[in-house]
Design a protein around this ligand. Structure first.
Ligand code: AHR
Length: 514
């Protein structure tokens, strides 16, 4: 009898171990477009993101460049299809006076970058350099205006300098004198950044009033108009969002931001190592990453109260993992390595954004080169693509595609009595009629078998790519830059209206169904 009970318990346990993850995909009822701007990036004057990252200087003969901008980075970002690039900050934006960054470089005044390492900023990379670089990248600029220490006049002048037609105003004439006749027509503008903190330590009420004042005088881009983003809440500060939605007239508000980082502690040196994290730190980081679902859900609910037709976008213009800096690097430069943990953050977060595409219409990973969860790291002439780069490249099939509704029942990733859903999924149908499904398994030990019930369409074939590695802490290095890269995936099979997927531990896959 004892033996029998043991056998039954064993059967039960092994059943639990192999429990199925169940997904239902409704292939014929997509209504919402996944805005390509969800796949945006962020370049701040911080550490070696701009200087020594993107921008190596016009006189650099060792690294191929155009007007000082590294061409290997341009190529890599073009392949990524980055839809927009946020600049010049972050916290730096509220210290930046744009007129210091135009005209002959030798005559530009210097300043101190007070937020990031106290280094001297010589203003050699300014408005023209950034906007010409965006043209080279084929990406839309997203400029953060200085509200914290700037003036209404200064932001008004900047928008006119960039957007008004040649010969129409003193600002457009100044632009022409500096060598650019045509306006750049920049639509996306942030009205300050983190106004509750580094952007001026304002209250929400005060900022809402200031926003109205600044936004009133900004000059629109030809035909496109403006897409103005209010400096939004940190994490779960729903009160902040509510105050902005209530107090700012919606005809002068196109987006409200939020920032959320996957960080375990804000103390300097008290975060986790980027590469040598414990299993517990991995779990806690995933908890922070998956919290994004709750945050965007609840901020959206607040917005729904004031904007039921969802005209104002929720813009997550800073997100990603934030760890201790690499040994021997300037703590103010936020340079960190990027392992499969970062691939997990990226895969799960992008699935969350896709599934909330009705309200989340723009987002910016922090940051693009050499800072925080970067997609590219550089060391003098060398450059590498991080696991995060590969996830964003695999997922770019979702840009501007129609979101397909899904329901997911996931197994748990259990750690010391706490649990998280192991599997996250999102799906879309593109303009050519191809269906893409992206799946992430954040469980570092257990592979997942996933059954996807395909409703409303007949598919005959499935192919895909997968990103995984031997070890969770693996990463690409300057000596071994291609250790982690996507490979063809053969773990998915279709039979009738069922798709079965075998997803290895800590992996991200994107499938294409025809
Ligand atoms: O991305 C780094 C910093 O994080 C940004 O400058 C700021 O907005 C945020 O606190």
């Amino acid at each position: 009898m004892k033996k029998q009970l043991f056998a039954m318990a064993f059967v039960g346990l092994s059943y639990l171990g192999n429990a199925q993850n169940l997904v239902t995909l409704q292939a014929d009822s997509g209504k919402v477009t996944i805005n390509k701007h969800i796949y945006g990036h962020f370049a701040e004057h911080l550490g070696t993101c701009i200087y020594g990252g993107f921008y190596v200087g016009e006189n650099n003969t060792k690294i191929p460049n155009k007007d000082g901008v590294r061409l290997d980075i341009v190529d890599a970002l073009k392949k990524l299809k980055i839809p927009n690039l946020r600049w010049p900050g972050g916290c730096f934006a509220d210290t930046y006076h744009w007129k210091d960054g135009i005209g002959p470089k030798a005559q530009r005044p210097a300043m101190v970058n007070t937020w990031w390492g106290g280094v001297t900023e010589d203003n050699s990379f300014g408005t023209h350099d950034f906007l010409n670089m965006c043209e080279l990248l084929g990406t839309e600029p997203y400029i953060s205006g200085n509200v914290g220490s700037g003036t209404v006049q200064e932001l008004k002048d900047w928008t006119q300098y960039i957007n008004l037609a040649a010969g129409t105003s003193p600002m457009s004439k100044l632009r022409e004198q500096n060598g650019r006749e045509k306006p750049w027509n920049v639509a996306i503008w942030g009205v300050g950044n983190e106004a509750w903190g580094c952007g001026g330590n304002m209250t929400a009420d005060y900022y809402a009033n200031i926003y109205r004042q600044y936004a009133t005088f900004m000059a629109g881009a030809d035909k496109k108009g403006l897409f103005r983003v209010a400096s939004g809440a940190s994490d779960a500060d729903y009160k902040w969002t509510e105050t902005l939605m209530k107090n700012i007239p919606h005809q002068m508000l196109e987006g409200v931001a939020i920032h959320h980082y996957s960080v375990l502690s804000w103390g300097e040196g008290q975060k986790t190592s980027a590469t040598e994290y414990t299993d517990k730190e991995y779990f806690k980081t995933m908890q922070q990453a998956l919290l994004m679902d709750e945050l965007v859900t609840k901020h959206s609910e607040v917005m729904d109260k004031y904007d039921p037709k969802k005209k104002v976008a929720l813009v997550v213009d800073e997100w990603g993992g934030w760890y201790n800096v690499e040994n021997g690097t300037n703590p103010g430069f936020l340079f960190q390595q990027n392992t499969m943990r970062d691939a997990m953050i990226a895969g799960a977060t992008l699935n969350i954004f896709n599934n909330h595409a009705d309200r989340v219409r723009m987002a910016n990973l922090a940051q693009v080169v050499n800072v925080l969860q970067a997609v590219i790291l550089t060391k003098e002439e060398k450059m590498l693509l991080t696991p995060t780069y590969h996830v964003m490249e695999m997922y770019n099939v979702h840009q501007d595609a129609t979101l397909l509704p899904i329901k997911v029942k996931s197994n748990d990733f259990v750690f010391e009595g706490e649990k998280l859903p192991a599997v996250s999924v999102s799906a879309s149908k593109d303009a050519k009629g191809l269906t893409h499904i992206s799946l992430t398994n954040v469980d570092p030990k257990n592979p997942q078998e996933i059954t996807i019930d395909l409703k409303g369409a007949k598919y005959v074939s499935v192919s895909g790519r997968i990103l995984t590695a031997e070890k969770l802490r693996d990463h690409n290095t300057f000596d071994n830059p291609n250790k982690i890269q996507p490979k063809a995936f053969s773990g998915a099979t279709i039979s009738g209206n069922q798709l079965k997927v075998k997803l290895p531990a800590f992996s991200v896959a994107v499938l294409e169904l025809k």
